[in-house]
Design a protein around this ligand. Structure first.
Ligand SMILES: NC(=O)c1ccc[n+]([C@@H]2O[C@H](COP(=O)([O-])OP(=O)(O)OC[C@H]3O[C@@H](n4cnc5c(N)ncnc54)[C@H](O)[C@@H]3O)[C@@H](O)[C@H]2O)c1
Length: 401
């Protein structure tokens, strides 16, 4: 049987009611889908429904939807603790349980046994293998990654990930559903660890960590430069705190295992914080103190770190992704702009600045610090050799007429 098409998707099941799950369920229900919300316990379901009510009310207060629409959205959500109830009559299942491959494989397998054969099973994993989850089912062609960004009710981006067994029809349906939800989907063509956005982010985090640990600039100097010179919404250390020091630690280890030398992490910086339960914003302290709100980063410290180095490693990683056919430059740029609020994507930044300029920057830093992070990618060197240096040449990552 073919995978479900967008027109056939009416009932959706969301599994997991944590930080992400309840916001995802809310987004589907507000857009008119019938939603089964599945959790392990009645308590967590009650908590999730309260959180959804609170969030939907915020939308009403701000004029995003009216009271009747809010009531209708709430009435479309069916909370349950029973897999059978949640998955017997459903067209799309999205799991958002804890980030653990064994658990996610179990969930995929359980759903596969209950859900109708046309149903698509998707995962909100940030780092794990979509292919492995697909293999836990008898329908790998109808499994995919659908990676949302926090908070799911507001952030426009969704990364859609093709596992090794995922069919093109399934990808089309997930892309279409994402659009129907008012989101902008970007396609990650391969099940490569870190997908698109996390891969670029961890590269710039590593650059900040290495720079700091070599004593070239302080944490505040790096962050002030990133914010006030680079125009990024947050400094890199601030952003690690915001995401969670433990999450960054896990993801950076996974990326190192998957992509090798280029992602050599500086775990010495994050490990002690994790041991002391200083996980960032969520525990009140991380690299910064968050107990009184967002950390204050003095603007007069800006300029003591070369922001172009962050751009250079971001561009280099984007080039690796294009070379490995993981993503198109358009998707990478959109991902960084919508997922993390960057003013420019790395590919368009490189095209404007000149790929030759970026390459020289990488070569200079690499000659001083010969670690994989700074080693220019073959694709970048190849483009420059061909004269594809960006806007000025009419072609770089993008084409210009
Ligand atoms: N937090 C983020 O910023 C973010 C962003 C994008 C994607 N994700 C991904 O979303 C998923 C969920 O993350 P989260 O931040 O919402 O986590 P969370 O810890 O807030 O929630 C995890 C949920 O999984 C449920 N769960 C745990 N074990 C279970 C089991 N055995 N059976 C059924 N449910 C179980 C928990 O009850 C909880 O509701 C993860 O895969 C994560 O990587 C997280």
């Amino acid at each position: 049987m073919n995978a479900t098409t967008i027109e056939e998707i009416e009932r959706v099941t969301v599994i997991g009611t944590g930080l992400m799950g309840h916001g995802i369920a809310q987004t589907f229900s507000v857009k008119g889908y019938e939603v089964n919300l599945l959790s392990r316990s009645k308590n967590s379901l009650q908590k999730a429904v309260k959180e959804i009510e609170w969030s939907i009310n915020k939308f009403v207060e701000k004029g995003g939807i009216n009271r009747d629409e809010a009531e209708a959205a709430l009435s479309r959500i069916t909370p349950t603790t029973s897999y059978r109830e949640a998955a017997t009559d459903v067209d799309l299942v999205l799991e958002s349980v804890s980030e653990n491959i064994k658990l996610k494989r179990q969930v995929f397998s359980k759903i596969d046994k209950i859900a109708p054969s046309h149903a698509i099973i998707a995962t909100n994993t940030s780092t794990l293998s979509v292919t492995e989850m697909g293999k836990a089912t008898r329908r790998p062609n109808k499994t995919a990654g659908m990676h949302w960004f926090i908070p799911p009710q507001l952030t426009r981006l969704i990364e859609v990930i093709k596992g090794d067994g995922t069919s093109n029809e399934t990808i089309t349906t997930i892309m279409d559903v994402s659009k129907k939800l008012g989101k902008t989907p970007i396609l990650c063509k391969k099940d490569a660890r870190g997908f698109i956005v996390s891969r670029i982010l961890v590269a710039v985090f590593n650059e900040a960590f290495w720079t700091f640990s070599r004593g070239e600039a302080s944490m505040e100097e790096i962050d002030a430069s990133i914010k006030y010179v680079g125009g990024f919404p947050m400094g890199w250390f601030e952003l690690v705190d915001y995401v969670g020091v433990d999450i960054e630690y896990d993801v950076s280890k996974i990326l190192h295992e998957a992509h090798g030398e280029r992602y050599l992490p500086r775990l010495e910086l994050t490990q002690p914080l994790i041991a002391a339960n200083k996980l960032g914003r969520k525990t009140g302290t991380g690299f910064y103190d968050w107990t009184k709100g967002k950390p204050f980063i003095a603007s007069d410290l800006a300029g003591r770190y070369d922001v172009e180095r962050s751009w250079a490693v971001a561009v280099n990683e984007a080039a690796w992704m294009v070379q490995e056919d993981v993503a198109e430059p358009e998707s990478i740029d959109l991902g960084m702009k919508l997922g993390t609020g960057w003013a420019s994507g790395p590919c368009e930044y490189a095209d404007n600045k000149g790929l030759d300029w970026i390459l020289e920057k990488l070569k200079t830093v690499y000659s001083r610090y010969p670690i994989g992070l700074y080693k220019p990618s073959p694709l970048l060197k190849d483009y420059v050799k061909k004269g594809w240096t960006g806007k000025k040449a009419g072609k770089g990552f993008h084409k210009y007429t």
